[in-house]
Structures are given as structure tokens and as C-alpha cells.
Design a protein around this ligand. Structure first.
Ligand code: MRU
Length: 329
């Protein structure tokens, strides 16, 4: 099966063109971003989302900022602050900024990141396919596919690699409240690719895992600390706990730039808190607008609950600290 990737982000001469992920799957609308503010707004509003695409978009946002005459330090700081948890954003902007300081064109860095991410995803797909050779029923969370990367994805990259190799694969996709990236994006991507997918509400995941409906859980990452503790979309921790209880392997798939050696453990990972409106919603049945809400966008899964971390440099196993240090460059 040939699986083509959706192009979620592209640089076209003087602007960044991104698919507005808030409107998928209902509409295919591309945003033309010509300013650093436009890129920051797209990142903060989740028009552009997913750790890997955040990195690429951030680097282009930085380029637009310095081209418009902003102080390079200010441009970098402003883009990095757009979303705090995915370290890919910081890494990509800092790479572009370092090129600028060396007198090189940061656009070259941003363009190179697109290609590197695509290649890294392809390698993760193959390594994950081998690691998960015996697992055909995969549960995943949020969206880690072609929309979230410039390739075919991290966790979903493994699914696509299996499908392309002609191996049996089917996906249980969690809805991923409150913004429903699983229901809107992952389900759409997999249906477009002709891969069987079953949608469940987040609260049904523990039941699916304990009922024997799943061979392995595979999720992405927004930041992996030096000891392997992993921040990912809110709800990931509950999946890891349920998988442990059910005796099901729990894998993280991420490109190497999601690993942050400067963050010692999960407690040091900044967790983005988002607004109440995402949870309260609108229309019939919505609670009062002043209802108290806690809306963390991510949670941290301790390394002790993780079976393996699939990266383009290899599959890491416990103890993750030495495994990460051993492959660091
Ligand atoms: O808030 P989002 O939609 O940007 O969160 C995305 C995730 O949590 C993904 O799992 C993660 O960024 C990895 S995407 C390859």
C-alpha cells in the first residue's frame, strides 16, 4: 500500500503556507503567513500544531521576524514563548538563531529542518515496525502523523510503515479531548490512507486495553527529559497507567530533537495551561462560562511506565538515562 503524506507546511518564496488544522477535516484551508506575528498566532491557536511541525514553523517564524528587522534575540524569544512544552520549537528556533548569529541565512536551517524531519520520521517508521513486529492492533493518542510532522509521522509513522510493508495493522484512536486531535486529525489521516481505525472516547481507553483489544500503545512526545520521563498530550499518562495494569507494552515514538538533555526529569518540564473555553465549549449543555476549569495541554508519563522510545537513532530501552546519553551527539 502506498501511503502519501499530507503537506501540512511549506515555504513558498516569502511566506509560510500552513494547513489550518483547526478546520480539518471539515475544510481544507491554507493560511499564508507573512509575519512573525502571524506564525506566533497560528502556533498559539493550534492552527499549526504537533511538536515537529511546531519546530519547523517556529524556525520560519524566526526568519520572517529577522527579515522584518526585529532584533534576532527578540525574534527568537517571541517565537519560543508561543508554546512552552514542545522542546522541538525551542530547538528549531535556536538552530535558526545560531545560523543568523554566524552570519548565515537562517532560512537554510528552516528548510533543512523540513527535510531532516521527513527523513527521521521514515527511519522511525522502519525501526518501530521492527520493534513492534508482533503488534497489529495499536492504540494511539492525539495526532502524530503527516499533519504533525513534515514526514509521515512518529507514532503514526510506524502505522504507515506497517501498512506500506503489507503487514496487518489497525488503529484504535482516542478522541483526545478537549480539542479532539484524535477524532478530527488521526481518524481523517488514517481513513485517507485506507488504514482501519476505530475511534473511542478517552474514557474508553482503559476498557479497551483491559479487554484485550490492543497489542501495544504508541504515542508521540512533546519533550523527553534526560531520564526518559515524557511529556505528551494530556491523557497519555492515563493510557500508560492502564497499559501497565493490562500488561500491554507502551511505546513513545519521537524524533531526537524532542529529547531535552537540559531537563533532568519530568517534574522540570513546563506544562502548558490553556484557556477554559476549550473545555467549556459553546452551545446546548455547555456549563456556565465562569465555571472553574483546569486545562493542562500535556501530562508527564514517568519513564518507569515506558517500554521503549523509538527514535531515528535507535530504539531506547530502560534505563533511559544511559540509553539517551549513549546516543547523544
Ligand atoms: O497540542 P498539540 O496538538 O500540539 O499536541 C500534540 C501532541 O501531543 C503530539 O503527540 C506530539 O506533539 C507529537 S507530534 C509528532
Amino acid at each position: 500500500m502506498a501511503v502519501s503524506a499530507v503537506e501540512s507546511i511549506a515555504w513558498t518564496g516569502d511566506r509560510l503556507t500552513v494547513l489550518d488544522q483547526r478546520r480539518v477535516p471539515d475544510e481544507t484551508v491554507f493560511l499564508e503567513l507573512r509575519t512573525i506575528d502571524g506564525v506566533i498566532e497560528a502556533i498559539a491557536s493550534l492552527a499549526v500544531r504537533g511538536a515537529n511541525v511546531l519546530g519547523s514553523a517556529g524556525a520560519f517564524g524566526y526568519v520572517l521576524g529577522v527579515r522584518a528587522g526585529l532584533l534576532p534575540e527578540d525574534a527568537a524569544a517571541r517565537v519560543i514563548a508561543a508554546r512552552p512544552t514542545a522542546v522541538n520549537l525551542r530547538v528549531a528556533v535556536q538552530l535558526a538563531h545560531a545560523a543568523q548569529l554566524r552570519g548565515e541565512d537562517p532560512l537554510d536551517v528552516a528548510l533543512a529542518l523540513l527535510a531532516e524531519d521527513r527523513d527521521a520520521c521514515a527511519t522511525i517508521g522502519q525501526l518501530g515496525r521492527q520493534e513492534l513486529a508482533g503488534a497489529s492492533r495499536l492504540l494511539t493518542h492525539c495526532n502524530t502523523g503527516a499533519l504533525a510532522t513534515t514526514g509521515r509521522g512518529t507514532a503514526l509513522g510506524i502505522v504507515y510503515a506497517k501498512a506500506e510493508a503489507g503487514e496487518p495493522v489497525e488503529v484504535v484512536a482516542t478522541e483526545t479531548r478537549p480539542l479532539r486531535q484524535g477524532a478530527r486529525l488521526t481518524v481523517w489521516e488514517l481513513q485517507e490512507a485506507g488504514i482501519p481505525v476505530t475511534l473511542i472516547v478517552d474514557a474508553a481507553a482503559a476498557a479497551a486495553l483491559t479487554a484485550g483489544q490492543v497489542d501495544a500503545v504508541v504515542v508521540g512526545a512533546d519533550r523527553i527529559a534526560a531520564n526518559g520521563d515524557t511529556a505528551n498530550k494530556i491523557g497519555t499518562l492515563a493510557l500508560a497507567i492502564a497499559a501497565k495494569h493490562a500488561g500491554i507494552p507502551f511505546y513513545v515514538a519521537a524524533t531526537w530533537n524532542a529529547i531535552d538533555p537540559s531537563t533532568p526529569d519530568g517534574a522540570a518540564i513546563p506544562i502548558e495551561l490553556r484557556g477554559a473555553a476549550e473545555v467549556i465549549g459553546t452551545g446546548d449543555g455547555a456549563p456556565a462560562g465562569d465555571t472553574a476549569v483546569w486545562n493542562p495541554a500535556f501530562d508527564v508519563t514517568p519513564a518507569s511506565l515506558i517500554t521503549g522510545i523509538v527514535t531515528e537513532r535507535g530504539v531506547l530501552h530502560a534505563p533511559f538515562g544511559p540509553a539517551i546519553a549513549g546516543l547523544a551527539r
